[in-house]
Design a protein around this ligand. Structure first.
Ligand SMILES: CC(C)(COP(=O)(O)OP(=O)(O)OC[C@H]1O[C@@H](n2cnc3c(N)ncnc32)[C@H](O)[C@@H]1OP(=O)(O)O)[C@@H](O)C(=O)NCCC(=O)NCCS
Length: 148
């Protein structure tokens, strides 16, 4: 299995996984969000896919904040349910954090995530910022080289 930057031709496969995992999320918006990596926007998300034998098993995205490019968000961490609980999501998370740490010309300081499953992100050092954030989501942060 390898982790690599998504290509335009991966978008349809990523979209299939997203539709299974988040059936209620507006489909047009989801597709726009995935295609945004290949747009002309000043700040674009980067999606990383987990690939094995040419099959996309899952993906996740990260993007710097507009207000401060040392603060990143990780979002849309999605593994195809067929391959859940095999450690792929954890490896993908470590890859995303490493890539953020190695972002060229930027000393990344903090990663934010909004999630319904804080237990999954705790493993990587994320801590809750708010007990309750938005409905059943909690906001979490990982301080990379910055102590508040
Ligand atoms: C969350 C997700 C990315 C984890 O990927 P994965 O490859 O299954 O992760 P790993 O195998 O590395 O780790 C699995 C562990 O994560 C935790 N976990 C994952 N999903 C969980 C959930 N919905 N509720 C509680 N714990 C969960 C459990 O501890 C699980 O261990 P278990 O399989 O022994 O129960 C994947 O389940 C997924 O795509 N879920 C749907 C989309 C989603 O919720 N994404 C997160 C958005 S913030």
């Amino acid at each position: 299995m390898k982790f690599r930057k998504a290509k335009k031709e991966d978008v349809s496969k990523m979209f299939e996984i997203l539709k299974i995992n988040s059936p209620k999320y507006p489909k047009k918006l989801a597709l726009q969000e995935l295609n945004e990596m290949f747009s002309n926007s000043l700040i674009k998300p980067i999606y990383i896919v987990a690939e094995d034998k040419k099959e996309v098993l899952g993906f996740g995205g990260f993007i710097p904040s507009w207000i401060d490019n040392m603060i990143f968000s990780i979002f849309w961490v999605n593994i195809n349910p067929k391959y859940k609980s095999q450690g792929i999501g954890s490896k993908l998370m470590r890859d995303l954090i490493n890539r953020i740490n190695k972002t060229k010309n930027v000393k990344a300081k903090m990663i934010l995530i909004s999630t319904k499953i804080p237990i999954f992100y705790k493993k990587f050092g994320f801590k809750k910022i708010t007990a309750k954030y938005d409905r059943d989501y909690v906001l979490m942060s990982l301080n990379l080289n910055y102590k508040i």
